[in-house]
Design a protein around this ligand. Structure first.
Ligand code: FES
Length: 154
């Protein structure tokens, strides 16, 4: 089978390590690895002679960049207006409790789930809504969360 993994060095070479190409370089590294690790950011900083703080400034400015590995299943919790009014906070709390996530943690220790908040998922009449991978679940209550998440645990 053909190996299509490209190293960070190859990515830097492809973009000639030019400072103006920092964003495409970060995107390419994230495409390869799923996220931007501390060591990759440090390496890019050294190779491109760009201060590490400047790279973190870029990475944290754009929502597309991830600093943590993603779980196998992505849970998007809608925090749009309709869902907010329908108590999306209690849904989030139920998800975080069920997955036993610590404060500030997005991904479970077993790498199964990553939780993120998103703006309107486009089905406000079903609020409050969450999306797991490509499936939408609506008209939720905190009690409905364990049953839904347990289906994805296997
Ligand atoms: S606000 Fe949640 S789906 Fe629209």
């Amino acid at each position: 089978m053909e190996q299509d993994f490209i190293s960070v060095d190859e990515i830097l070479q492809e973009y000639e390590g030019k400072k103006g190409n920092l964003i495409p370089i970060l995107q390419a590294v994230q495409r390869q690895k799923g996220y931007l690790s501390k060591s990759d950011i440090r390496y890019i900083s050294e190779k491109m002679h760009i201060p590490i703080a400047e790279i973190y400034g870029v990475v944290t400015f754009y929502a597309m960049f991830r600093l943590e590995p993603q779980g196998e299943h992505i849970i998007k919790i809608c925090k749009g207006t309709a869902c907010h009014v329908a108590d999306a906070d209690s849904i989030k709390e139920a998800v975080v409790d069920y997955l036993k996530l610590e404060e500030g943690e997005q991904t479970t220790a077993d790498g199964k789930f990553t939780v993120m908040e998103v703006a309107c998922l486009g089905c406000c009449s079903l609020s409050p809504v969450i999306m797991i991978d490509q499936q939408t679940f609506g008209k939720l209550t905190p009690n409905s969360i364990p049953g839904i998440l347990s289906r994805f645990k296997k």
